[in-house]
Design a protein around this ligand. Structure first.
Ligand code: DGL
Length: 271
């Protein structure tokens, strides 16, 4: 199938989290046209049921693909990927890249063999996470914690709102307070919102006097996967401003404009 030079890469998340995936992708493919889609009307996903998520996302992706004709779709959301990736692949006739918890790199990096998986409530209870932990971390203690407040913190940070440092501290305590938590040396940021508040998490770790803690996530790996799947396709010669499309545009969304512009997204649209 021939791909039009202007055909974009579509990124999809419930909110701004997917920007942590878009950033590395733009660095690797700087002239790729980009559509960043956020389901602001369905946000947050992490406290929804599996059935709600599985029903909502394929239909939404279908509408986005019809409107923007992307060459590839990137589900830049761990919650959506661990629950609905197969449904989305079945519904679309373009390649779909998912974002799954970075358990493999966490297991590879952990020296103490105790690592954490910090995600949404919906993600950390998925059998997908059990499978990844069994496959890559069978000799490890894998601590899990779901943290909806940290998702809100990332949204607030990108809107330019004041940041409550206790939220990052509480998220870390959700892991360190579990048996074995004092030996944890790596945390997989298994929600795409969380790399956006990595500095706040690192500061909280320092305040708590924790030993050196490493954070891992999938952004760079996904960028390489997009480059691999689009190998040989034509790209524009020059970078162009990307488009951010939201399922609901309200004041909170409008206040994200400066942060979105920082990621090369110059225009906001409503789906
Ligand atoms: N960014 C999302 C993830 O990676 C979900 C955040 C939410 O909507 O709860 O899981």
């Amino acid at each position: 199938m021939t791909v039009a030079r202007q055909s974009p890469v579509l990124f999809f998340d419930s909110g701004v989290g997917g920007l942590s995936i878009l950033g590395p992708a733009r660095a690797l493919l700087p002239t790729a046209p980009v559509i960043y889609a956020a389901d602001s009307a369905g946000f947050p996903y992490g406290t929804r049921s599996e059935a709600e998520i599985a029903a909502r996302i394929p239909a939404l992706l279908g509408r986005l693909v019809e409107r923007y004709r992307p060459r590839i779709a990137v589900i830049a959301c761990n919650t959506a990927s661990t629950i609905a990736l197969q449904h989305v692949r079945a519904a679309l006739d373009i390649p779909v890249v998912g974002t799954v918890p970075a358990i493999k790199p966490a297991a590879l990096a952990s020296k103490t063999r105790v690592f954490g998986v910090l995600g949404t409530d919906a993600t950390v209870r998925q059998p997908y996470v059990d499978r990844l932990a069994a496959e890559h971390g069978a000799d490890c203690t894998v601590l899990r914690h779901g943290c909806a407040a940290l998702v809100q913190l990332a949204e607030a940070k990108l809107r330019g709102d004041p940041i409550d440092p206790h939220i990052a501290s509480a998220a870390l305590a959700g892991l360190t307070d579990q048996p074995g938590g004092d030996r944890m040396d790596v945390i997989a940021l298994a929600c795409t919102h969380f790399p956006l508040v990595e500095a706040e998490l690192a500061a909280a770790a320092q305040r708590a006097g924790l030993g050196p803690l490493r954070f891992v996530h999938g952004g760079e790996g996904i960028a390489r996967r997009i480059a691999f799947l689009t190998q040989g396709q034509p790209w524009p010669a020059m970078p162009s401003p990307g488009v951010a499309v939201f399922t609901r545009v309200d004041d909170d969304v409008r206040r994200l404009a400066p942060a979105l512009a920082g990621y090369g997204l110059g225009r906001i649209e409503q789906l």
